[in-house]
Design a protein around this ligand. Sequence first.
Ligand code: ATP
Ligand code: MG
Length: 726
Amino acid sequence: MDVSHLLDDLNPAQREAVSAPPGHYLVLAGAGSGKTRVLTHRIAWLNEVLGVPTHGILSVTFTNKAAGEMRHRIDLQLRNGSRGMWIGTFHGIAHRLLRLHFTEARLPDGFQVLDSDDQLRLVKRVVQGLELDEGKFPPKQIAWWINEQKDEGRRPQHIQPEPNDDWLEVRRRCYAAYQERCDRAGLVDFAELLLRAHELLRDTPALLSHYRARFGQILVDEFQDTNAIQYAFVRVLAGDTGQVFVVGDDDQAIYGWRGAKVENVQRFLKDFPGAQTIRLEQNYRSTANILGAANAVIAHNPDRIGKQLWTDSGDGEAIDLYAAYNEMDEARYMVERARQWVRDGGSYSDVAVLYRSNAQSRAMEEALLAEQVPYRVYGGMRFFERAEIKDTLAYLRLLTNRADDAAFERAVNTPARGIGDRTLDEVRRTARAQQLSLWEAAMLCTQSSALAARARNALASFITLVGQLNAAVGELELKDKIDHVLVHSGLREFYEKESKGQLDSRTDNLDELVSVASRFVRSDDEEAAAGMSELVAFLSYASLEAGEGQAQAGEEGVQLMTLHSAKGLEFPLVFLVGLEDGLFPSARSVDEPGKLEEERRLAYVGITRARQKLVLCYAESRRIHGSDNYNVPSRFLREIPKDLLNEVRPKVQVSRPAQLGATRSYGQAAVEVPALKLGTNVSHPKFGGGVVIDYEGSGAHARVQVQFDEAGAKWLVLAYANLSPQ
Ligand code: ATP
Ligand code: MG
């Protein structure tokens, strides 16, 4: 058999990994060295050369999109395609197992996945139900803590009470009560998917031996970001016979804040007997300048496993560094450069803008809109997280499972139908007291003397409505089901009224939901589809999608995303914006041990997304939550060797009139800024008193240097500095 096509476009180290004899392997290598490529080729090799049937292979990717991409590549490589292979995220695979074996997992048929927003609402209800003070015991923190416990594999009974730690006890009680409600309502949150799938395998010997016999080969991409329960899942599934092939880079571990454990990389070598490490050292993605910057930055982290990374692709252009006056200037510069890129023959989809936090996308979007440059934002409010979409889905969820309390809460009074808070409190109280779902409690309450006749009638008509919807949609196609629900629930009319005259029309989103549904194709994998109605499959898809903000290379337009969601991707032109201490690295990371290192790895991830050209930006002043911040350039910038950087100076005319005045040209209104003479004593809201010692530029670009009594000398943009003469 000719298998040369599987090795042709690989270097010797990559070949060694792809064609390694059966066993456990860790491919440990830096960014852009071909880890993902190796993993995909390994799958093909296992099948074509080692004769492993496709259904014997389980491959884990970090996002659903990456899974789609991998499946596509494998379909191209293998004669018989990827059919039967399980390729997906840990969450996707866990979800599939739970669907297939819902009875063993003690879940109802048609259980629903709870996204993080709904989870928070439910935790809030639990906190209220336990009559706790929300101010003292913030539901958000409790939800976060519950997820943390689940990520570590802990159930409420595993949590040891600690004397004098009441807060722990409160959280434990909330966890227990929350879990009970989820179980009763047939709801599974994201962390629960993993935990329950792990328990399912661990505690059901027949299933475990079935899947161990089936999946003799397990592969995991981005292994450095697996958490404890994911690691445990791989271990239990592999048992003594499964062979595990993982690829990762300890320098790209960026999800520690969410429970990922980079220690799993070292642990793998201990836990899996005979595991061997294979290193890849050649980077195929970036120019030498870009790689040089990445290597220099990450070298500042202590305790690295340590890797070499080189490229023979040539130096390429220098890395541009732009000092913007503020976030609007930064955005304007980005747009100008992106347009230049397109004028030079590139395409907007080559361009990515990466930032530390979602809030930064706003200024970028405004600038792109103003210049009519096409773009897409990832990781912000995603389609399936929008209120109007979730409202619609809530009705559908209620149709598939009346016990779904989260869906009940959403649907019951949206649009308003006269079911007020008092009525709902009575329903909730009844549910708690009698251990019922909200739906069952609502039925009881229609007879309850505790409610006024009007309230009872309103509840009764909601119950009738759901019954009618159910009867009507039975045989309809998925998209018609949704359409019917939209019309007869009153949601469409409600949103039509609400969005009148608005640009971001919610009704457009509702139409989009119907067309998403019409395009929705269930996995053609019969096994995966077993026992799942099309509607349930669609709802699960919506919840799992909602949890992911991942972009995909090659989409139309400039792509805006957080550094976290750029993981694994690459783009010809990358802007890394907001490189200021306090923003990136984030203010909090500076004092917490280990956090600064994680931020630095994030910088490493960001830099290494660029193939040809990298542009770094920081702003001297930045408006955050309504107030101006003056941050110093990020320490990561100082870690990049000067000779790799090309400092782009703003085009200011340096003139030295005796007096400076400036007009704010950004923002809504033009505001005259008071003129300042050299030597004027000034005061600044943050830096205190000082004296003007130098200036450059004029108009909106005028900058002054002030020698502050305490903060030292600083350059400030006059229009923003808020200096008052003393
Ligand atoms: P990351 O750490 O960012 O996930 P990675 O190690 O997974 O990166 P890949 O995405 O697999 O790296 O590869 C980076 C780029 O290099 C891709 O465009 C890939 O096609 C290319 N590449 C990898 N190996 C080779 C090779 N031997 N010859 C040519 N191109 C290669
Ligand atoms: Mg990769």
